[in-house]
Ligand binder design. Structure first.
Ligand SMILES: *Cc1c(COP(=O)(O)O)cnc(C)c1O
Length: 387
């Protein structure tokens, strides 16, 4: 069979399983409201947690950069792609995180794959949360280190694995999201640190959903808890409102990444405009206490309102709010009913989450005010019939 025909057959199987995806096209800029297939809708599908994706100061930084830096970085950072814009962004991100240094990557995906596979090697052993982000999982695979997966957010299971398996590796790493992307729950970060210390392991935390949202000046969950991680990874595509990502840590760890992270070494440097925007966004995120408070208030009120309506919403405080449905078809029916009511809240189904745990994932941002909250609550009330 030709590849063309194989692809057709594979797509038919995806279709038959009810898992075909056909993303709608957004025809305006991102924001709480946008136009989708010609229709104005209130979105709860954004990770632009602080509402910065169209912030005038980021637009200004981008325009100014275009004049000075041009568009392309022309080469890998190691060849001739390191520009003033990249250097300044890394220095600013390090200050933002309170670390000695930071390394800029093109995406969070590239940062995670490059960081984990750049630090862990074949002779090492990795201990990973069962619900880690796909990019961390891919980084673990690429490292060729031994990988042991512990039950989600379960320090006891991690402890027993460390006890029996730590000796398999020269170096050991505990790798976890700090806020999990599908359930919005939090890793037991203090326990992870304690176990890392007890078993001579390093702690690598992906703070993609925590940076900007949690912790003093938006530094993330570990900082909030006063817990040190050896490496923290943050994306610039979520609360920073742009794109790109960074790893932050000590100077030697960051310098080693610049030699070993293949997604850094073998990839064209991020556009300088992105680096300039990252620098400007760090100022915004750091000073966004009011937006963080607004976000926390919207999150608490929305979680509570949905629970009162009888929806299954696990306890939590992060903006990732899973509304558990279970069945894939019922999940998509609920999502469609919400769309009819003017609210975009995506259904999440396999392979993103395990079969039978399909859910609506509703994500408020600081840009959602009282009117938007009302609209969402009313849409969920009227959509209940779809279940
Ligand atoms: C979004 C996300 C990433 C990937 O970041 P991008 O910048 O979108 O590539 C990595 N880890 C987690 C936990 C995420 O949610």
């Amino acid at each position: 069979m030709s590849l063309h025909d194989q692809a057709l057959a594979a797509l038919e199987a995806i279709d038959a399983a009810g898992l075909r995806r056909t993303p709608r096209t957004i025809t305006t800029a991102q924001g709480p409201y946008f136009e989708i297939d010609g229709r104005r809708i209130l979105s709860f599908c954004s990770n632009d947690y602080l509402g910065f994706a169209a912030h005038p100061r980021l637009l200004d930084a981008a325009r100014a950069s275009l004049e000075v830096d041009g568009i392309g970085a022309a080469a890998s950072r190691l060849v001739s792609g390191t520009m003033t814009a990249h250097r300044e962004a890394e220095a600013r991100l390090a200050t933002f995180m309170g670390t000695a240094d930071a390394v800029l990557f093109s995406t969070g995906y590239a940062a995670n794959v490059g960081t984990v596979s750049g630090l862990a090697q074949k002779e090492d052993v990795l201990f990973c949360d069962a619900l880690n982000h796909a990019s961390l999982i891919d980084g673990c695979r690429l490292s060729r280190a031994k990988v042991h997966v512990y039950e989600h957010a379960d320090p006891q299971h991690l402890h027993s694995l460390l006890k029996s398996r730590r000796s398999e590796g020269k170096r050991a790493f505990i790798v976890s999201d700090s806020v999990f992307s599908m359930d919005g729950d939090e890793a037991p970060v203090a326990d992870l640190r304690r176990l890392a210390d007890a078993y001579d392991a390093a702690l690598v935390l992906d703070e993609a959903h925590a940076i900007g949202v949690l912790g003093p000046r938006g530094r993330g969950l570990a900082e909030e808890l006063g817990v040190a991680a050896d490496v923290k990874i943050g994306t610039l595509g979520k609360s920073f409102g742009a794109a790109g990502a960074f790893a932050a840590g000590s100077a030697p760890i960051m310098d080693l990444l610049r030699h070993r992270a293949r997604s850094y070494v073998f990839s064209t440097a991020p556009m300088p405009v992105l680096a300039r925007v990252a620098t400007a966004a760090a100022d915004l995120v750091e000073g966004a206490d009011a937006a963080r408070a607004q976000l926390a208030s919207v999150v608490a009120r929305l979680r509570r309102a949905l629970q009162v309506q009888g929806y299954v919403v696990p306890e939590g405080r992060t903006p990732i709010i899973p509304v558990l449905v279970g069945d894939e078809a019922r999940t998509m029916a609920l999502s469609a009913a919400l769309f009819e009511a003017g609210v975009l809240a995506q259904g999440i189904r396999p392979p993103t989450v395990p079969r039978g745990t399909s859910r609506i994932r509703i994500v408020p941002t600081a840009a959602h005010g009282p009117a938007e909250l009302e609209l969402a609550i009313a849409a969920f009330a009227s959509a209940r019939g779809a279940l």
